[in-house]
Design a protein around this ligand. Structure first.
Ligand code: PHE
Length: 452
């Protein structure tokens, strides 16, 4: 059975540049997850042990699932919902597997709603770091930014507007053009930050903190946190990578590109750690401060250090760029779905979905301002509920189902064709991991979370 006759996209789009898939997927992967949350989680979880466990999660769980997502997307050449359906029907299985695609679309929309509010704060900080107020401390500054609903709302709106404009301009004219511009900028800014940490920071202390083995602080929470972080950072379980994979040429090698994307994502996270911790130590601050690490401590450092009013804005620019190239990959899967099923044009879909996400995001703006809405998921406010729902539930569920599908239901022959170009041993190893290792690890984390 084949659904392609009833569900065909008018013209299937492919990336123009040879490196675009890698740039776009790395753009999706490298985001606030790498530069903002990886370092603060390393800090909270006590340093090097977390880093090591994180690397394990990337290799054992992340990489195989990333390959599976790309394979399914490229095989079907459709947006995630239809891609899952086509891959399932062509493997002689039920089309209900499309539910996995739907899970992805829903979590993408929900994640973007708060991601945008956070990204808005980053954009706002470019200006704050360039012209820091002399009257208040960085802690007060942070309280002022997050305590002003209007300000959050303004930057959230700007950020969503950028996303709509890029996605409305199309896969080639919007996404491809932007990632080719943004990714080199991101890389240059990262190098600048690293050089800064070498000159102005205590680099050795930073290296030690990230890499000297210290297992005294490992708990089951460390594993949970590392696995969630790995999933989020690689953009898995949300259809983003599957959707970008559907635009990938058949001639490209899925194993090599996945390895490159996962490698770049991990490299940038580690480099972000190496850009931040040496500064934290050199200025006598504490690494375990949680989400405020870059907004409070780092800002305080930028205010004090030489050329801080240039380096500081560069850092927040880096964060904003990383966030933008990730955010567009959260919006694209649902817009692609609307477009391919001819529900509305791409332009209209980008505007409608963008506005919907913008609207949901207002809930997060208000949550940061002590809007006590405990009607949702226990004692959590609106934003925390969405974070909880997506991080602990939808994302691992989506990833696990992709793994189960790819390992147990997707016809091996089709998977092998997609992996062609790679050595047979690579196919066999991938299949072993995607069948037994990845789903079992995700499932155990999932069950632990639900029962603890
Ligand atoms: N990977 C992105 C980050 O690290 C976030 C993201 C998740 C983007 C899922 C797309 C899909 O910030």
């Amino acid at each position: 059975m084949n659904i392609s006759s009833s569900n065909k996209i008018s013209e299937s789009v492919t990336w123009v540049g040879k490196w675009t898939f890698v740039l776009a997927a790395a753009g999706s992967a490298v985001g606030l997850g790498n530069i903002w949350s990886f370092p603060y989680k390393v800090g909270e979880e006590g340093g090097s042990a977390f880093v090591l466990i994180y690397l394990g999660c990337i290799l054992l769980v992340g990489l195989p699932i990333m390959m599976a997502e790309i394979m399914i997307g490229r095989y079907a050449q459709h947006s995630p919902v239809s891609a899952m359906k086509k891959a399932a029907l062509d493997s002689g299985k039920t089309g209900y597997w499309q539910a996995v695609g739907w899970t992805g679309l829903v979590s993408g929309v929900l994640i973007l709603s708060f991601y945008s509010v956070l990204a808005g704060i980053c954009i706002n900080y470019i200006g704050i770091a360039a012209m820091p107020s002399t009257e208040i401390t960085s802690v007060e500054q942070y309280a002022q930014v997050t305590g002003s609903p209007l300000r959050l709302f303004f930057w959230h709106s700007i950020f969503i507007g950028l996303n709509i404009a890029i996605i409305a301009s199309g896969v080639i004219g919007g996404i491809e053009r932007m990632v080719r511009l943004l990714m080199p900028m991101l890389f240059i800014l990262m190098v600048v930050m690293l050089i800064n940490a070498m000159i102005n920071g205590d680099f050795k202390a930073g290296l030690n903190y990230l890499f000297a083995p210290d297992f005294s602080k490992v708990s089951s929470e460390t594993f949970l946190s590392a696995m969630g972080q790995a999933f989020f950072s690689l953009s898995l379980g949300m259809g983003s990578i599957m959707c970008y994979g559907s635009y990938m040429r058949k001639s490209e090698n899925i194993f090599k590109t996945s390895l490159t994307v996962a490698g770049l994502d991990t490299l940038i996270a580690i480099l972000a750690g190496l850009a931040i911790f040496p500064m934290i130590f050199a200025y006598g601050m504490e690494p375990q401060q949680g989400p405020g690490l870059v907004f409070k401590s780092l800002l305080a450092i930028f205010i004090e250090m030489p050329l801080g009013n240039l380096i500081g804005p560069a850092f927040f620019m880096l964060l904003s760029i990383a966030a933008l190239s990730s955010a567009i990959s959260l919006l694209e899967p649902s817009v692609a779905y609307f477009e391919e099923n001819k529900i509305v044009s791409r332009f209209a879909a980008a505007v409608i979905l963008g506005l919907l996400i913008w609207f949901i995001g207002i809930g997060s703006v208000l949550s940061l301002n002590n809007w006590e809405s405990t009607f949702f998921l226990g004692e959590r406010n609106f934003m925390d509920s969405i974070v909880y729902l997506t991080f602990n539930f939808l994302m691992p569920l989506g990833g696990m189902l992709v793994a189960v599908f790819a390992g147990w239901f997707f016809k091996p022959k089709l998977a092998m064709e997609e992996l062609s170009g790679a050595h047979l041993n690579i196919f066999k190893t991938w299949r072993f991991f995607i069948k037994f290792i990845s789903p079992v690890l995700v499932a155990s984390v999932f069950v632990y979370q639900l029962t603890s």
